[in-house]
Every structure is written in structure tokens, then in C-alpha cells.
Design a protein around this ligand. Structure first.
Ligand SMILES: [Zn+2]
Ligand SMILES: [Zn+2]
Length: 285
């Protein structure tokens, strides 16, 4: 299937604009707060994607209250990767059709560029099939924040600027905006996209899953545990993706901590038969 390399849309121009701003950050000397903002906003928003958009909204691998569910939608939303419903609907489709012709982002079908970023910029995928996320569309606040998905990232961008402006004037405001929002957001983009591209190309395979998913220690480190992608394709329902103690999975550790302080509950775990590779289930769809 031939896909266009790039189509000019407002979203595409914004996407490349934020990359230019992220490069600009390297020409602006940061103070310690700017660096901490970059790292801190990466980590907290990354959990919004991995723990929120992926393991909660896409796979329903644990339960939580309605208010914290909205917090997860907002946290993930601040990453500027569209809304939770859009993200979950396309991700469920990926699990159901992995590496088949209609997989939305298959390295095997459409090549690296398309799997990594091309599909996100294609206007064909701006919408999503609401039938895939019927369990989520019953919450009007989720539908609202998905429809107006620009609100969380724009709010965050303004807050980073205002923080610097209040502490030191317009130059510091610009520094915090470039480091805390732009650079951090671009790193978020490519670490998330790497799961769709590199994790179907590089790494090892423990389980035979009928598609090309792989486990990668390096990608697990930079994605808070999402690099154990072959484990995840084998058994997508559970909250952990690192199936053994040496498979570092920070997202799972945070979910366990949230259970300890009673914010989440009913965390789904893989059974012994799953770990031994004797059982798999179809992905949520
Ligand atoms: Zn995959
Ligand atoms: Zn998944």
C-alpha cells in the first residue's frame, strides 16, 4: 500500500513547528529549573501516555475513580498526542490488526517513516471509530476533552511561559516554554512513536504472537516500560509489560504505588500460564 510522505495540514505544520522550537531550545541557555521542567514534564506526561492512554484507556488493565480517570486523560492530553479516545481507538485497532494490511501503523506493511510518524500526520486518521471505545464514550467529560484535545497542551505551554515570566521576565518565560514544553514534548513524541516503529523491528521475541513485536531493554528504559512490546502483544490485558523482575517497567511500579495509596484498584496481572507462554488472549477491541 503506497502512502503519501507528508500532506500539508494545520496539525502537520504545528508538528513540524514544535520540532523547530525544540531545536531552538539548544540555542537558549537553560537554568536548573528549565532542565528540571523538561525532565519532570517528560516523566509525568509520559506516565499520562503509558499508564493513562495506553494501559488504562486502551487496555483497561486497572480500575480507578471517575475523577482520576479524568486526571489521566488530562495528563496524557498534555503530551499533545490528541485525545484519549482517539488514541485508544487507534491503538485497539493496532492490536487487532497488527502487521496486517489495515494496521494503521505497521513497519512491515508501510515502512519505518509511516509507522513512526507518517500515519499521525495523515488527515485520514484524524477521526476514530467511536464503536471501538464505547466503554469510554459514555463519559461526557472524556468526550469533551477528546474533542477539544488542544486545551491541556496549550494550557501547559502557557503555564511554562508564565512561570518563567513571573520568576524572571520574558526571556526566562521563553526559556521555560522552549525547554519545559517544546523540547520535552518532542522527546515525548519520538519515544512514544518508537514503540510503533522500533519495537516492531529491533529486539528479541519471547512469544510467538503472529506479528513482529519485540522486547527492547533500551526502549523500555526511555518509555517507562513500554519497550517490552512482545510481552505486551502476547497478553495486552495486564497492567505490567515487564513480565519478570529484571524487565524494568516503571509505569507498572507507579500503578502499584497508586494502588497502595488507594487511587487505583483491580490491577490485572499475567497468570503463570501466560508467563510460560502457554496462554494468550485476543486484544481488547
Ligand atoms: Zn505493536
Ligand atoms: Zn497496547
Amino acid at each position: 500500500m503506497t502512502k503519501p510522505a507528508f500532506q500539508f495540514t494545520a496539525g502537520g505544520i504545528l508538528f513540524f513547528g514544535i520540532h523547530l522550537l525544540a531545536i531552538t531550545a539548544f540555542f537558549v541557555k537553560p537554568d536548573l529549573t528549565a532542565v528540571l521542567l523538561c525532565v519532570g514534564l517528560f516523566l509525568i506526561r509520559k506516565f499520562g501516555i503509558t499508564g493513562g492512554y495506553h494501559r488504562y484507556f486502551s487496555h483497561r488493565s486497572f480500575k480507578t475513580s471517575r475523577w482520576f480517570q479524568f486526571c489521566l486523560a488530562w495528563l496524557g492530553g498534555m503530551s499533545a498526542q490528541k485525545g484519549a479516545l482517539w488514541w485508544a481507538a487507534h491503538h485497539r485497532h493496532h492490536h487487532q490488526h497488527s502487521d496486517q494490511e489495515d494496521d494503521v501503523h505497521s513497519v512491515k506493511q508501510q515502512g519505518f517513516y509511516w509507522a513512526h510518524v507518517g500515519w499521525i500526520l495523515a488527515p485520514d486518521y484524524n477521526d476514530y471509530d467511536a464503536k471501538r471505545v464505547k466503554d469510554l464514550t459514555k463519559f461526557p467529560e472524556l468526550v469533551f476533552i477528546d474533542k477539544y484535545h488542544f486545551i491541556p497542551p496549550v494550557t501547559l505551554a502557557i503555564v511554562t511561559y508564565l512561570l518563567g515570566f513571573i520568576l524572571g521576565g520574558p526571556t526566562l518565560g521563553l526559556t521555560y516554554f522552549l525547554w519545559g514544553f517544546c523540547l520535552s514534548t518532542v522527546i515525548l513524541y519520538h519515544t512514544t512513536f518508537a514503540i510503533n516503529s522500533f519495537c516492531h523491528l529491533l529486539g528479541s521475541r519471547r512469544y510467538e504472537t503472529g506479528e513482529s513485536s519485540r522486547n527492547s531493554f533500551i526502549l523500555a528504559i526511555v518509555t517507562l516500560g513500554e519497550g517490552w512490546h512482545n510481552n505486551h502483544h502476547y497478553y495486552p490485558h495486564c497492567a505490567r509489560q515487564g513480565f519478570f523482575w529484571w524487565e524494568i517497567d516503571p509505569t507498572y511500579y507507579v500503578i502499584k504505588f497508586l494502588k497502595l495509596i488507594r487511587i487505583v484498584h483491580e490491577i490485572k496481572e499475567p497468570s503463570a500460564r501466560v508467563l510460560e507462554g502457554k496462554e494468550a488472549t485476543a486484544a481488547l477491541g
